[in-house]
Design a protein around this ligand. Sequence first.
Ligand code: SF4
Length: 368
Amino acid sequence: MNSRPHKGTSSQGWRLGPLGYHGSIVNSEFDITFYKMDFSEALEKIREDERFKKAKVVAIQLPEGLKRKVGEISEKLWDKDLIFLGDPFWGACDIPTGGNWDLLIQFGHSEIPNLGKLERIMYVELQEEMKFEIECDRIPFSSLILTSNVTYSSKLPSIKEKLEKCGKEVILKKGDSRVFYPGQILGCNISAARGEGQNVLFIGEGVFHPLGIALGLTNKKVISFNPRNGEYTDMEHFKRKFLNQRYNAIDLASRAKMFGIIVSTKIGQTRFSMASTANRIIKQSGKKSFLVSMDLIREEELINFPADVYVNTACPRVTIEDYQTFSKPVITFYELQMSLGLVDKSKYILDEIIMTDEIGSTGVRKRD
Ligand code: SF4
């Protein structure tokens, strides 16, 4: 199975973790969300990596806000043929296929363990080093499960300690094999938030991750704390609003005659077996469907297909965050089952990715 490198080692995909970055709210150098990366240190460590030394052609994948660092990277890694990948990417699941490179360096995400060994990939994480305090009285739970996205995962043990000193019972647990750190939540996986009885505290910016927890665990209360602006948000309102939108989409899907089923070509998002099952159950219901294989899922690419509704088996984020950018309803596999009357509609089921299919391999994946 997966052999796990230690933090800072280079056997499979070393990560700089928290040491390589310094928090900075105002950042005049580049406007990536909230980080100021010490690239010098990062790039020095990359230079020391044996795989980098051996590589001739090196591909670099940067989050949108870091694309301005191309000049600095080119200068520091001057002795290699560098290819900067222009396509957007949102997660470690998103590894380009067919690249003519010896090594891919991906900035900004932790590895996804269940993808197996990715021989030619090096992950350079972004973790936040900003100092912040949690106010115990703002957390209305006596017991809770503590979570965050990768940005704050290194902070969770000390936050747990602080909350426990305030008399709270805190659980910090590792999720399934899709996630790397204890407490870490992905947009496609909330397994670290599951557990009996407790409510959930999420540390991080934005509503996407805590909304996923609230939707997946509808019987729990979810509070999100944003260290950047010090706000505490009860996710109940967002959950209700989003559920209304989803049940509206399910209703539209129940009247649809033709379904387009989207299958991702990204290796960490390919769920062909799910798409195939969707195809079968739609046809068994007397409706029509077809499969569409895509990398970047956008309205422009879908517009000429004759579907009334799309079933998205790629990144769940497309259904949740990008829903309003499509002219046709986009639903999840579970919402499809609800729309066809195959499962009880009263209990909403969140679309999560636990495992992906073997197909879609780039040739960079190697299982033990
Ligand atoms: Fe993130 Fe989507 Fe990839 Fe999951 S599938 S890791 S949510 S980009």
